[in-house]
Design a protein around this ligand. Structure first.
Ligand code: CP
Length: 351
């Protein structure tokens, strides 16, 4: 078996958000991921990145992202190097940097660029002080200075690998026939504080893939204005549709896919307010405990597939019955596809 043609296809390119990638390029990534998945399941070696190193800088915890990247680069013949910010001269933010206490992102990025082949970063929430957009600016700062590709493993605006793995799961289950399917991205209740990254990435990619897209959330849980404008533009350009509702049940009616996931109301976070108001955000979220996905609620759909990026908050976002016994749940397929999508992108940009 020869070297697949997709190896090195996008050599040197960053992967910070799907917004920077054309739809056909995203479809090519999913094609490559499906090829790598077949090879993985058949135990065919795929050591296309032998000797390559991925640096992974995690400011937040992770199950899926860390382990799928580590396993993925190993399966491609390379090496994952885990970096805990507490063990570095930790870069936080350009404006927060104090000489002699931290090392500039520009320096960290350029040093790591001399040692390896890509830098992957996760930063949102507390490490970015819940200041919306701050985590993404850090990722962009790394990308500006690094001379090797930078990968966004989730910031406070985007989670592009998750969104692409989710599209792959939807395409697989529908055997490619997703056009005209109703895809619902909905708020789901959680007592915890959660970033906007997943819902924003889902609506962006679902609109780009031509779904008839519905976004459902209570008042106060609006997504960022620029994301909403882009989704509307994509719906026009790619032949889908886009509507917003404040009614979860109405959104679910006739749905083919439902993606109910918690996020927090941005009005309690800077820059919309001075400091993060954790108690205020939680108290506001607690008004919407009935935004939970149950088997009964799924009855109003058109036998929809249930989707969630994980980790799901059982008893808050979703009932145990849905996660454990709903036959049309894609929860584990989505997690599985993280491995294959990430391998595809690494193979395409690090090869
Ligand atoms: N969905 C996701 O990114 O999961 P982890 O937080 O476990 O990495």
């Amino acid at each position: 078996m020869g070297i697949p043609r997709y190896i090195g296809r996008f050599s040197g390119k960053d992967f910070l958000t799907t917004v920077d990638w054309e739809r056909d390029e995203l479809l090519d990534i999913i094609d490559a991921a499906q090829d790598l998945k077949r090879r993985f399941l058949s135990r065919v070696p795929t050591h296309h990145l032998a000797g390559r190193t991925l640096f992974m800088l995690f400011y937040n915890r992770s199950l899926r992202t860390r382990n799928s990247f580590e396993a993925g680069i190993y399966q491609l013949g390379g090496h994952a190097h885990f970096l805990n910010p507490n063990d570095l001269y930790t870069p936080t933010l350009p404006e927060d940097m104090v000489p002699y206490q931290t090392e500039a992102i520009s320096d960290v990025a350029r040093v790591l660029s001399r040692y390896g082949d890509a830098i992957a970063i996760r930063i949102y929430g507390d490490p970015a002080k819940w200041h919306i957009g701050r985590g993404h600016r850090i990722v962009e700062e790394f990308a500006k200075w690094a001379t090797i590709p930078v990968l966004n493993m989730e910031d406070d605006i985007y989670h592009p690998f998750q969104a692409l793995a989710d599209m792959m799961a939807a395409i697989e289950i529908e055997r490619g026939r997703i056009r005209g399917k109703k895809f619902v991205v909905s708020y789901a209740y959680s007592g915890g504080l959660k970033p906007l990254a997943v819902p924003q990435s889902e609506v962006l990619v679902a609109a780009k893939f031509g779904f008839d897209l519905t976004l459902a959330h209570p008042p106060g849980f609006e997504l960022e204005d620029d994301v909403m404008a882009r989704v509307r533009e994509y719906a026009d350009r790619y032949g889908g549709s886009f509507r917003v509702t404040n009614d979860m049940k109405e959104a679910f009616e006739g749905a083919d896919f439902v993606y109910p996931k918690a996020w927090s109301p941005k009005g309690f976070f800077p820059p919309y307010n001075g400091e993060v108001d954790r108690e205020g955000a939680r108290a506001y979220q607690d008004k919407f405990k009935d935004w939970i996905t149950t088997l009964e609620l799924l009855d109003v759909t058109d036998k929809a597939f249930y989707m969630h990026c994980g980790p799901a908050d059982r008893g808050q976002e979703v009932t145990d019955e849905v996660l454990d016994s709903y036959e049309r749940s894609l929860y584990f397929e989505q997690a599985e596809n993280r491995l294959h999508v990430q391998k595809a992108i690494m193979a395409m940009i690090m090869g």
